[in-house]
Write a protein that binds this ligand. Structure first.
Ligand SMILES: C[C@@H](O)[C@H](N)C(=O)O
Ligand SMILES: C[C@@H](O)[C@H](N)C(=O)O
Lengths: 166, 166
C-alpha cells in the first residue's frame, strides 16, 4: 500500500557470497560469522533458507565490492573445512530498499515493489527483509532504474541515491 | 558488539514456506507476492537467495501459523503453474530478532547472536536482516530460551517476549 512506504534508497558496489549445502546443524552459522568478524569483513545483509528437505541451508551474505575477494576466499576455506557444497558468488550488484512503517502487510507492499522491478525487466537476485525494510539485490547496471521505478510505484518524490554525490 | 544492540524480541506462532527451484527470471517474485496479497496473507519476512549457479532461487517467506495452510496451498499451486521445484515447509517456528543501531558491522553482532544460539544447541532455520535488525527463525520450543540467550549475550536487561501476557 502506497501509504506504508516512506522512502526508497539504493546502495551500490556490493557483492553476494552464497554458501550452499551448509549442513543444517547448530553452530555453523556462528562459525561462519565469527570467521567473517575476525577478518573485519562488514556484512550488509545475511540471508538464509533451508533446502534439500531441511538437511542443508543456503547461507548468503552481502558485502561491499572491496571486501568481495577476501570474503570469497574465506568462504572457499569454510566450505572445504566444514564439508559444504559449492560457493556461489554474485558480483557487481546493488541493493534497493523500501523503508516503511507498518509494513507487516508485507505481501501487498512486496507485490508492489516486485511488480515495479518486473515491469522494468529487472531481475531480483536476493531478498531480505525486516519489519520496516524490504531489500532487493539487483544487477549493478539496473540499480538507478530500479530505484526510480520503486519510488514511482509508491508515489514518492525524488529518489535518494545513497551513492550520488551531494 | 554489545553496545550496538538495544533490544531483542521474540515472535511466536510462525511458519516458513519455501519455494525451491524458482526460475531466476524477472517477474516471478512479483507473481508470487501478488498471489499472496490477493489472498490477504500477511507475510512477516521474505528471504531469497539464488542457487544452482544462479539458474534458480529459493524464495522463502514467513507467515503466521494461522495462515500456514492457505499459504502452503497457494505455494503448491504456484509451483505447479510456474514449473518450480518442491515446496518445503517449516511449521511451529518462532523468530528471535536483535534490534540495534549502527549494526552495519553485522558480522560481529551476527557472530555474537549466532554463538549465543549455538551454545544453547538451538538450530537456526532461517535468517533475514535489515540495517537495524537481525532475525533468526528457530524451532518453536526453543524460542524462549533463544530470547534469553541472545539477550544475555548482548548484556541486556529483561527479555521482551512479544507473546507474553502483559
Ligand atoms: C545452517 C546453519 O544456520 C545452522 N542451522 C546453524 O544453526 O548454525
Ligand atoms: C527468483 C525471482 O526473484 C526472480 N529473480 C524475479 O526477479 O522475480
Amino acid at each position: 500500500e502506497a501509504v506504508a512506504v516512506r522512502g526508497v534508497s539504493l546502495r551500490e558496489d556490493l557483492a553476494v557470497v552464497r554458501l550452499t549445502g551448509v549442513p543444517n546443524v547448530p553452530g555453523l552459522a556462528a562459525t561462519v560469522f565469527a570467521a567473517l568478524a575476525e577478518k573485519n569483513i562488514i556484512v550488509d545483509d545475511i540471508i538464509q533458507n533451508l533446502y534439500q528437505n531441511a538437511e542443508s541451508a543456503i547461507l548468503g551474505f552481502v558485502v561491499s565490492s572491496e571486501d568481495a575477494a577476501i570474503a570469497r576466499e574465506l568462504a572457499d576455506r569454510l566450505a572445504r573445512d566444514h564439508e559444504m557444497g559449492a560457493v556461489e558468488f554474485s558480483e557487481k550488484v546493488s541493493k534497493v530498499s523500501a523503508v516503511g512503517v507498518g509494513m507487516r502487510s508485507h505481501s501487498g507492499v512486496a507485490a508492489t515493489m516486485f511488480q515495479a522491478l518486473a515491469r522494468e525487466d529487472i531481475n531480483i537476485l536476493a531478498i531480505s527483509t525486516s519489519e520496516i525494510v524490504i531489500g532487493c539485490v539487483v544487477p549493478r547496471q539496473d540499480g538507478p532504474r530500479a530505484l526510480a521505478a520503486v519510488h514511482a510505484a509508491f508515489g514518492l518524490g525524488d529518489a535518494v541515491n545513497e551513492n550520488a554525490a551531494s
